[in-house]
Design a protein around this ligand. Structure first.
Ligand code: HEC
Ligand code: HEC
Length: 437
């Protein structure tokens, strides 16, 4: 605003000076007190009006290339000025009022919906919130594919991954490797039949379940149909664990899958509806309606736990990073799901057992010395970086190859990778864990 006033003065200082001069002149030259008062008043209004005109011009000049974001503000100023001039020139008052009114309408039209946020501080306009509820099934499925894989048509691309992060663990196509999680090919069919019929699922009798969790929340009950099974799998993974895929050592009582409405994935109910719609549509099946899917989630996710749909775009571009490196290292490890597969001393929740315990200060030197080591690392940080960016360079025994995702080189910023490497290289067996930074 200060800049604008300076600019206005620099454009119109001769005009302002003239009016100020007239004001002084009227004080000395007019002797009739009533006339003097009137003249003073008019000149005073005139100066204000002229000043507003100048501010409006300056506004317009400055914002010429910004899609006229400030134009409505300028027009409002011109409007007020016209009304004020009406007082100053009573003979032309009607004309000026009409002019003022026209500017007012113009300001209203051009500023509708756009000038308020500008006045508040000029934030860039927000991305339009995606309206999932009014989409066709195909549009919804496209959004779902973006959430899962990062883009439309990305579902067969190796390493494609979106904010839902499902491909970190799941394969989605027949014949693709799925050791760490069930292949989701055919899930709509399997959900309603095989899964619900499984006696261990204990349909309708949550108390009879033998899992880490009996119900999503007290009173939620069990799924009654296939869609509800999918919703429950997403929101309460440990309510039922597909045999053979539980956390090691828990006898399939606990699922390694994160609840996907909770941080760090935090999909909203509309986003979950998009994900599920894709699961049906891509197999050429009819999907339940948006409302039916949202309802199935409401059954398992209590109001307070439902994340708000974020104002930013629902699904990031294909290159969207899992972590950009501004986060503390524990959050980076959580966002990238390292914690689901690895136990990492000092990191809350990092109790995974699918991969080795990451005491790299101790492990890395042993790996490099191993006669089977064919990688290129010579130092601890180099080894850790190599393990993250190309996990198959050396496969830790007795763990399987191709289980650790190979996407982290593209999905973590250099800063995030550095924080991970710094942290892990300080983790040593038998020593207290390093500080989180
Ligand atoms: C960290 C690994 C991981 C991530 C990430 C993950 N899942 Fe899972 N998911 C699993 C595992 C392991 C199971 C099997 C154990 C169980 O039943 O919970 C599973 C089970 C499921 C099931 C039930 C499968 C069946 O055959 O009954 C569905 C559906 C599912 N996941 C969908 C998803 C979707 C959609 C996403 C992404 C939004 C996702 N998962 C993210 C590991 C993961
Ligand atoms: C889906 C499970 C999974 C996820 C997710 C995962 N890893 Fe792994 N990771 C493994 C497995 C299995 C191994 C052992 C086999 C191998 O070396 O490839 C491994 C090996 C490693 C090693 C070598 C360990 C050693 O002692 O030599 C490092 C370091 C590592 N992972 C770091 C990470 C980091 C950091 C992340 C997150 C950015 C991550 N991993 C995510 C499964 C996973």
């Amino acid at each position: 605003m200060g800049d604008l006033i300076n600019e206005a003065i620099s454009i119109g200082w001769p005009l302002l000076a003239l009016l100020a001069g007239l004001l002084v002149y009227s004080q000395v030259s007019i002797s009739d007190p009533a006339a003097k008062k009137r003249a003073t008043f008019k000149l005073f209004i005139g100066i204000i009006a002229a000043f507003m005109l100048l501010v409006a011009i300056a506004h317009y000049k400055n914002s010429f290339y910004e899609a006229n974001r400030m134009l409505p503000v300028s027009l409002v100023l011109i409007t007020s000025m016209c009304f004020m001039m009406g007082i100053y020139f009573p003979n032309q008052a009607a004309l000026l009022k009409i002019g003022g009114f026209m500017f007012f309408v113009a300001a209203g039209l051009s500023g509708y919906g756009n000038w308020l946020p500008q006045v508040e501080g000029g934030f860039p306009p927000k991305e339009e919130k995606i309206q999932f509820e009014s989409m066709t099934a195909q549009q919804l499925a496209d959004e779902g594919e973006k959430i899962i894989f990062g883009g439309i048509g990305q579902n067969k691309v190796q390493g494609a991954i979106g904010k839902g992060q499902c491909p970190l663990c799941h394969a989605f196509h027949k014949g693709m490797l799925g050791e760490r999680a069930p292949n989701l090919d055919g899930i709509p069919e399997r959900a309603g039949k095989e899964r619900l019929e499984d006696p261990k699922y204990s349909k309708g009798k949550p108390a009879g379940r033998d899992y880490a969790q009996k119900e999503a929340f007290p009173g939620a009950g069990t799924a009654e149909n296939g869609q509800e099974y999918i919703a429950e799998s997403h929101s309460c993974p440990s309510c039922y664990v597909v045999a053979g895929f539980g956390v090691k050592g828990t006898n399939d009582k606990e699922s390694p899958m994160p609840a996907i409405h909770k941080p760090p994935i935090s999909l909203s109910l509309p986003e979950l509806a998009a994900v599920d719609t894709w699961l049906y549509i891509r197999e050429g099946r009819d999907s339940p309606t948006y409302d039916e899917i949202v309802k199935s989630y409401e059954k398992f996710i209590p109001e307070a736990d439902r994340p708000k749909q974020q104002d930013d775009k629902a699904a990031g571009p294909p290159s969207a990073l899992l972590a950009d490196g501004t986060e503390p290292v524990d959050q980076i490890l959580a966002k990238a799901q390292c914690v689901s597969c690895h136990t990492i001393p000092g990191i809350p929740g990092a109790v995974g057992t699918i991969g080795p315990k990451l005491e790299e200060g101790t492990n890395a030197p042993l790996r490099i010395k191993d006669k089977d080591y064919k990688g290129t690392a010579k130092t601890v940080p180099d080894y850790i970086m190599e393990s993250i960016v190309s996990p198959s360079a050396y496969v830790v025994k007795p763990f399987p190859d191709n289980t650790m995702p190979k996407v982290f080189g593209q999905k973590l910023s250099a800063g995030a990778l550095k924080k991970i490497v710094d942290y892990l290289s300080q983790v040593k067996a038998g020593s207290p864990p390093p500080k989180i930074s």
